[in-house]
Design a protein around this ligand. Structure first.
Ligand SMILES: Nc1nc2c(ncn2[C@@H]2O[C@H](COP(=O)(O)OP(=O)(O)O)[C@@H](O)[C@H]2O)c(=O)[nH]1
Ligand SMILES: [Mg+2]
Ligand SMILES: [Zn+2]
Length: 302
C-alpha cells in the first residue's frame, strides 16, 4: 500500500458522510479523485466542509483512493442555496421559450444572484426557438437591464463555444435558474462526457426518483469548474429596502455619475435623486420596494 503525505485539493461533491476531493496535482500512482473523511479534530472545532472548499489531505491511500481531510482553507465566498464555497460567478439561466421568458421571474433570479455580491452573467437558453429579429429584441431589452446576455442553444450548439470561453475565465461558476430551462443540457453540451440527466420532452422531471439536492463540481478545464444546481422556481428577494437599488445594474450605473443627495435615497422622486424613471424595470423596482415595506411593517407595529 503506497502512502503519500498531505496534498491540496478541492471538494467537488459530498456523499453522505464522505467528501469527494480532487487533488491539484496527483502524485504518480495516486488517483486524482479521492473519497475522504474528516479528521476528528476538524469536527471538534465545528468546522463544516462544503463543496468548493479548498482542503489539505492527509493519509492518502492510493490503492483505495481514500484520504482524510486534515484542514480547510478560509473561503473567499459562500452561497447558502445551494451551499457552495468559493464561487466566483453566478450564471443565471433563463429560457426564451418552453418555458416562456417571464420578466418578473427573471428579475427575481437576477436580484437573488446580485445579492451574493459576486459577478453575475445572464444566459438565455433555447434560442433555436425564436428568429433573428426576436433575438435582437431580447439582446437589446436585457442590455437595458444592465446585462450582456449570452444566447445559446444546446439543441443546435449555437453559443456553446462562447459559453465555454466565459466560464473558463471563472474559477468556479454556479449555474442557477428555474427548472426546465436547460441548465443540465447546457452542461452536457459543454462536456458531453457528463451525460447529466435531462428532463424528458414532456417537461416532466424524473418522477419517482428522489431529487437529491446535491451539488457537484465539474471541471471545464484546469482551474475552471462549473456546478449545476437544482432549480428553485421562485426565489425571494433577500434584502432590505435601502439595499434593493444596488441589485439593479441599470440603476447602479446611474448612481455612478450622479450619486443621490441623500445616502438613504430610495429613488422615487426624492430631492436630488440621480436616478431617472425612464427604464423598463423601474416599476418592478418600485413594486419590490413596496413589498419589502409591507413585509417589515408588521414586525415594527407588533
Ligand atoms: N428546443 C430546445 N430545447 C432544449 C434546449 N435545451 C434543453 N432543452 C429541453 O428542455 C428540457 C429541460 O432541459 P434540462 O436540461 O433538463 O433543464 P434543467 O432543468 O434546467 O436542467 C428538456 O426536454 C430538453 O431537451 C435547447 O437549447 N433547445
Ligand atoms: Mg437539471
Ligand atoms: Zn435616488
Amino acid at each position: 500500500m503506497s502512502k503519500v503525505s498531505d496534498s491540496a485539493g478541492t471538494v467537488v461533491a459530498l456523499q453522505a458522510n464522505y467528501l469527494e476531493v480532487q487533488l491539484d496535482h496527483a502524485p504518480a500512482g495516486v488517483p486524482d479523485r479521492l473519497l475522504c473523511t474528516r479528521r476528528t479534530r476538524l469536527a471538534h472545532r465545528g468546522a463544516v466542509v462544503y463543496v468548493g472548499d479548498r482542503v489539505h489531505l492527509d493519509a492518502i491511500d492510493a490503492d483505495q483512493a481514500r484520504a482524510v481531510v486534515a484542514d480547510v482553507e478560509p473561503r473567499s465566498s459562500w452561497l447558502s442555496r445551494p451551499a457552495v464555497a468559493n464561487v466566483s460567478t453566478v450564471v443565471v439561466a433563463l429560457s426564451i421559450d418552453q418555458p416562456r421568458f417571464d420578466p418578473d421571474q427573471a428579475s427575481r433570479f437576477l436580484l437573488t444572484a446580485e445579492g451574493t455580491g459576486l459577478a453575475v452573467q445572464l444566459l438565455l437558453t433555447k434560442c433555436d426557438l425564436i428568429d433573428a429579429a426576436d433575438r435582437r429584441a431580447y439582446r437589446s431589452r436585457l442590455s437595458g437591464w444592465g446585462y450582456d446576455p449570452l444566447l445559446i442553444s444546446s439543441a443546435t450548439g449555437e453559443g456553446i463555444d462562447c459559453l465555454r470561453q466565459r466560464l473558463q475565465s471563472s474559477s468556479l461558476a454556479v449555474i442557477c435558474g428555474p427548472s426546465g430551462v436547460g441548465k443540465s443540457s447546457a452542461l452536457n453540451a459543454l462536456m458531453p462526457q457528463l451525460s447529466l440527466r435531462v428532463a424528458d420532452l414532456s417537461g416532466r422531471l424524473q418522477r419517482g426518483r428522489h431529487t437529491t439536492r446535491h451539488v457537484e463540481l465539474f471541471s471545464l478545464s484546469p482551474g475552471a469548474r462549473v456546478a449545476d444546481t437544482p432549480g428553485f422556481n421562485r426565489p425571494d428577494i433577500p434584502v432590505d429596502a435601502s439595499e434593493l437599488g444596488v441589485l439593479f445594474p441599470e440603476l447602479r450605473r446611474q448612481l455612478d455619475p450622479w450619486p443621490c443627495r441623500f445616502r438613504d435615497c430610495l429613488h422615487r422622486g426624492e430631492p436630488g435623486c440621480g436616478v431617472s424613471r425612464d427604464w423598463e424595470r423601474y416599476e418592478f423596482y418600485i413594486k419590490a420596494l413596496d413589498d419589502l415595506k409591507n413585509l417589515s411593517r408588521p414586525s415594527r407595529a407588533g
